[in-house]
Design a protein around this ligand. Sequence first.
Ligand code: THU
Length: 133
Amino acid sequence: MENKQLLEIAEQAKENAYVPYSNFHVGAALITKSGKVYTGCNIECASYGGTNCAERTAIFKAVSEGDKDIEAIAIASDNSSKNEITAPCGICRQVIAEFALDIKIILGYSKGDIKEFKIKDLLPHSFTGNDLI
Ligand code: THU
């Protein structure tokens, strides 16, 4: 699938964001190596630490369905239509890196500029499961 198309799906997913506190909508769409797509949005909580980011929602949906072979994840937010990227937060970078260091991170706007990174470039010198062997 094209990066633009995965971003469009992320843009749709952000419509379900539950954001009564920040009013900042984020959507994510990931695709597995077998071509299945999982979406996620941010879900906030009055006890703020209970908030889950869009990226982790999508990843937890995929992994809980037994799909760990993630190829790429696209992220969209309310800033996307202003042609500003929203990059994954530190916690999400760590969770993405858990599943492979070469996962593609697609950022931007489907009708504007699209950037592509590898998670290993967004989280250099990462701590991973290999450190525990
Ligand atoms: N948020 C995400 O969902 N993903 C990110 O990569 C950055 C931040 C959410 C968490 C919270 O609901 C809101 O954006 C403001 O931080």
